[in-house]
Unconditional design. Structure first.
Length: 394
């Protein structure tokens, strides 16, 4: 994560003064539980040590002035709250509106790779809101969960992505050494220790295939899942959340549905079961079981959710054939992005370089890999002083 000194230098370079407040919000990986958070499922992500840092200073100009290292050729963008904006600028404007901020200088820096399924947009949503809220110490503060919901809503409105709340929630409430089991229906969570993965490596491999969720079929999959759930609800006499009903009962209903509703519903039900089994594997320290669950999850994302691509499938199969790789799967919304792989020991760099050369030969895409580590949830920092957890502050 980017520290205060680099944020301050970037801020001074563009605005002339030092920032008052900075907020850092991490990206996330999702161990298991893909494409079920918007259906009220339980998911198992963890926040990582990479993320987005936002530095801010209050002004009296009546304008929002925004600069980001993600758009180096764009310089400072001036936003007027009365003017509609599209894309990233519109997203920042929507986040500012949700904190009732009309005048501020905002600098956004990131060490989080974009387009790899690490939820950079959710991290921006948390970091921008919390930094702006911290400029108003006397105001009535929303809850941490309300900030997550607002960031989710801003993505819906400004970026056109019908995402669930998992990404924002993981960025807010993550903790080092733990995954976080999120009940997206009840909006509750609990820490899940990752002690059993000591000595293992969680690897993320970029497929080289850019992921544009709003321009992809992600929203279509969301709509198809919602439609399948509504039909299941009608056929079984109703429920508030699908997890209230017996798994086998809903699976029988799902199998009788027409295409593609049957497969969308089957993915939801089986992926939810995999979340529970993955926790069992962690408790039992059964690494091979964890690997099998990851690969089974990928097969479901490929065949039932239909969010994978031929290139991603190739990468998953290559990884699963690599020594010490326990299992791998597509991670994130799909239609490009990254593959998550669990290795029993740190992978050999020479071996990984060879794998990526073979992958490039098969697909003409250039991939890259990195090892990710669990990190803390969002935090605030004022000047060069100590930092504090946003979840505990709100």
């Amino acid at each position: 994560m980017i520290g205060w000194q680099r944020m301050s230098d970037f801020f001074v370079k563009h605005f002339g003064d030092e920032p008052e407040i900075a907020c850092c919000a991490p990206g996330r990986i999702n161990l298991i539980g893909e494409h079920i958070d918007y259906a009220g499922g339980q998911v198992l992500p963890l926040s990582i040590s990479l993320g987005v840092s936002v530095a801010v200073r209050a002004t009296r100009q009546g304008l929002l002035r925004v600069v980001s290292d993600e758009y180096p050729g764009q310089g400072i963008v001036t936003l007027d709250g009365s003017t509609a904006q599209d894309g990233p600028a519109g997203y920042v404007l929507e986040l500012a509106r949700m904190t009732e901020t009309t005048s501020a200088q905002i600098a956004i820096l990131s060490d989080l790779p974009v387009g790899q399924g690490l939820s950079s947009s959710a991290a921006i949503g948390i970091a921008v809101q919390c930094a702006l809220l911290a400029l108003k110490p006397d105001a009535v503060m929303p809850s941490a969960r309300a900030v997550c919901r607002a960031a989710q809503r801003a993505e819906h409105l400004a970026l056109g992505t019908s995402c669930g709340i998992m990404d924002q929630y993981a960025s807010m409430f993550g903790s080092p050494g733990n995954a976080i089991l999120i009940d997206t229906w009840q909006e509750t969570h609990q820490a899940v220790p990752l002690d059993s993965l000591a000595g293992c490596s969680i690897i993320l491999v970029d497929s080289g295939q850019p992921r544009e969720l709003s321009a992809s079929q992600y929203n279509q999959r969301h709509a198809e899942m919602t439609g399948a759930l509504n039909e299941a609800k009608r056929l079984c006499g109703g429920f508030n959340c699908f997890r209230e009903k017996a798994h086998d009962e809903l699976l029988t209903i799902a199998e009788a549905m027409p295409e593609p509703a049957n497969r969308r519903m089957r993915h939801l039900l089986m992926e939810q079961r995999r979340v529970g089994r993955f926790q069992d594997g962690l408790r039992e320290r059964d690494l091979k079981m964890l690997g099998r669950i990851l690969y089974a999850g990928h097969c479901s994302l490929r065949d039932d959710a239909e969010v994978s691509t031929p290139q991603i499938d190739t990468l998953v199969e290559m990884l699963c054939s690599t020594p010490d790789c326990l299992g791998a799967r597509l991670m994130g919304g799909g239609f490009g992005g990254s593959v998550l792989a669990l290795f029993e020991s740190p992978p050999d760099e020479f071996l990984m370089a060879g794998l990526l050369r073979d992958y490039a030969g098969e697909t003409t895409l250039g991939g890259r890999w990195l090892q990710v580590e669990p990190g803390p949830g969002a935090w605030l920092q004022s000047g060069r002083g100590s930092w504090r957890s946003v979840a505990e502050w709100l």
